[in-house]
Design a binder for this molecule. Structure first.
Ligand SMILES: C[S@@+](CC[C@H](N)C(=O)[O-])C[C@H]1O[C@@H](n2cnc3c(N)ncnc32)[C@H](O)[C@@H]1O
Length: 242
């Protein structure tokens, strides 16, 4: 099962787990807004690629006219419920074509890691860069880098958010430049009952240099890399020549 089928099923569980883990989307989005405003103070339109359930868009829409895009219809539908009136496109970050450009394009929370080859990395970055207006900004939050991989992990997280109860046992390991995250979910509500499912995510480890090369090859310039970023995985910010 590919990542999209996984995400089709787990949107509600995904959001509940973020609340349980204390992920601060507002703080992350504030950093993204500051990075965009620093390069392009007048930026108005923003596209969030691989927007998932729209948690960043919910924060970013206070500052920009936002749209989202995701390959998973399940995630996109949760985003549409969260953000009435906001357009959420379905598309693959490697090949989408929306017929317009945006002052800022973002791709956050390591979604880029799902492209598993260097060719696909270049293709995805080029496709996203092609949707940035001349003079606009591209913001990319990478997956961790090969030297940042801290070793295999095994943990359990569980809790209840409103009436959604969720638990997740997660195992991760690395083979070469591919990291595998295996997740065993139990999710339920009092109205709908409880279900269990299993996910296996594969994400590729690229170096800072590989990301920078993909950004340069896509015609972007003034490439800055902040090693901390939003979630300690780093952040790239680059400009499209005016
Ligand atoms: C870790 S989630 C991040 C979601 C969101 N950006 C956030 O911060 O919560 C990864 C997302 O990437 C999407 N995705 C995976 N491969 C994709 C692709 N090739 N094109 C577009 N979206 C993709 C998944 O459907 C999922 O919603």
């Amino acid at each position: 099962v590919g990542p999209v089928a996984l995400y089709d099923r787990s949107g509600v569980a995904y959001d509940a787990m973020h609340v349980i883990r204390g992920l601060d989307y507002a703080a992350g989005a504030a950093k993204v807004v500051a990075a965009i405003r620093e390069r392009s103070p007048g930026a108005r339109s923003l596209l969030d690629v691989a927007c998932g359930t729209g948690c960043h868009l919910a924060e970013l829409r206070g500052s920009f006219d936002v749209e989202g895009l995701d390959l998973s219809d399940g995630m996109a539908r949760v985003a549409e419920q969260r953000l009435p009136g906001v357009t959420i496109h379905r598309g693959d970050m490697r090949s989408f074509e929306l017929g317009r450009r945006y002052d800022a394009v973002t791709c956050l929370f390591s979604s880029i890691g799902y492209v598993l080859t260097e060719d696909d990395l270049s293709q995805a970055v080029r496709t996203m860069a092609d949707h940035v207006e001349p003079g606009g900004v591209f913001v990319l939050e990478p997956w961790i880098h090969p030297e940042g991989w801290g070793g295999s992990t095994f943990r359990v997280e569980a809790g209840m958010v409103e009436d959604v109860a969720v638990s997740r046992i997660a195992r991760s390991w690395r083979e070469g430049t591919i990291t595998t995250l295996e997740m065993h979910w139990t999710v339920g509500t009092s109205a709908d009952g409880v279900e269990q499912f299993f996910e296996r995510h594969e994400l590729a480890l690229y170096t800072v240099g590989q990301y920078e090369e993909a950004l340069r090859a896509a015609g972007l310039e003034d490439i800055a890399h902040d090693p901390v970023g939003l979630t300690r995985r780093g952040l790239f910010v680059a400009a499209k020549p005016a």
